[in-house]
Design a protein around this ligand. Structure first.
Ligand code: AMP
Ligand code: TRP
Length: 328
């Protein structure tokens, strides 16, 4: 069985973009692949997080993984910090990655371009830790949204370099970008990604938003004056984004959606998008409410951590021997 691995940063609450671009895909994959879905809590603190809030988000994140349909007996779920081998391999990979490579990473460059003050070293070395997350499990595929593709490409380069230097050690992973839903856009500014750092709070539907709020956000989504429901991201980014949301949650193709709304206004279309979104959220929230105060979270983490540790410690050991930092 091919192995698929991905991580989510529990920065703020999970939103519809995370669900469509990542979580719902993992759920589909868990019967076909061996899925490892972990919580990248170390990556989270590359930017300061209020500790109490972070703790709550961590727990919510695991509960939402389960509520979205990840089955801990099929999918390995754990916290990055519970498998300390990630950080250790991260340092070893840091020593095999060049400053020039990290300088070219968009996520880091964006922060420099925005002239953000006090950018942490953690942001700079972020991709080497992410490479460790992936390579320590010999993952075949890494399903990520468009924004993370560059990091997976760096990971491939680092794996190839390491293999050439020290002998074949790591599997070189492939990024897997979903065709639909890889980039769900903000409802209030459809030229920007739907994101947890949405300042207005109107453009992002959170998985735990109350249904009335979620409906309101969809109904007030920015559209255009063309008046035709069709997929044209360049000229109709708002409508195209709503089509992506509807298509991902209902399995209707863009053609089917366009046909269905021919001659109808955007109001009808938005109402139906809101219905599909609210149906999805309602189900997730019902399961979340049942899980959040139960021992299901700890049980899932116990199973996942044990499996992950076993794989990771074996790999780290092999790496350390190859690099020469362990006495054989
Ligand atoms: P993040 O929330 O940035 O930690 O991302 C977690 C996962 O969700 C990654 O695989 C991202 O690529 C994916 N993701 C985040 N935002 C979006 C979005 N707006 N549309 C689609 N996928 C997203
Ligand atoms: N950097 C990813 C994000 O921001 C999260 C992440 C950390 C990740 N480690 C990973 C994703 C390994 C895939 C594989 O979304």
């Amino acid at each position: 069985m091919k192995r698929m691995l991905s991580g989510i940063k529990p920065t703020g609450q999970l939103h519809l973009g995370n669900y469509i671009g990542a979580l719902s895909k993992f759920v589909e994959y868990q019967d076909e692949y061996e899925v490892i879905a972990f919580i990248a809590n170390l990556h989270t603190i590359t930017v300061y997080q209020e500790p109490k809030e972070l703790q709550k988000n961590l727990k919510d994140c695991v509960a939402l993984y389960l509520a979205c349909g990840l089955d801990p007996n099929k999918t390995t779920i754990f916290l990055q910090t519970d498998v300390m081998e990630h950080a250790q391999l991260g340092f070893i990979l840091c020593c095999n990655t060049y400053m020039g490579e990290l300088n070219r990473m968009t996520q880091y460059k964006d922060k420099i371009a925005k002239d953000e003050k006090n950018i942490s070293c953690g942001i700079f070395t972020y991709p080497t830790l992410m490479s460790a997350d992936i390579l320590i499990y010999d993952a075949d595929f890494v399903p990520v949204g468009e924004d993370q593709k560059q990091h997976v490409e760096l990971c491939r380069d680092v794996a190839i370099r390491f293999n050439n230097k020290f002998g074949n050690t790591f599997k070189v992973p492939e990024p897997l970008i979903p065709k639909v839903g890889a980039r769900i856009m903000s409802l209030s500014d459809p030229t920007k990604k739907m994101s947890k750092s949405d300042e207005t709070n109107k453009g992002c539907v959170y998985l735990l938003d109350n249904l009335k709020t979620a409906r309101k956000k969809i109904m007030s989504a920015v559209t255009d004056s063309i008046g035709i429901v069709q997929y044209d991201p360049e000229n109709q980014p708002g409508i195209s984004n709503l089509m992506q949301i509807m298509s991902s949650l209902s399995d209707k193709s863009f053609e089917e959606i366009t046909k269905e709304y021919e001659g109808k206004g955007y109001g009808d279309f938005k109402k139906d998008v809101a219905n599909v979104v609210c149906d999805t959220l309602e189900k997730i929230q019902a399961d979340y409410n049942e899980i959040i105060n139960s021992n299901k979270i700890q049980e899932a983490l116990d199973i996942g951590t044990k499996k992950a540790k076993e794989m990771a410690s074996k790999k780290l050991n092999e790496v350390q021997i190859k690099v020469g930092i362990e006495i054989k």
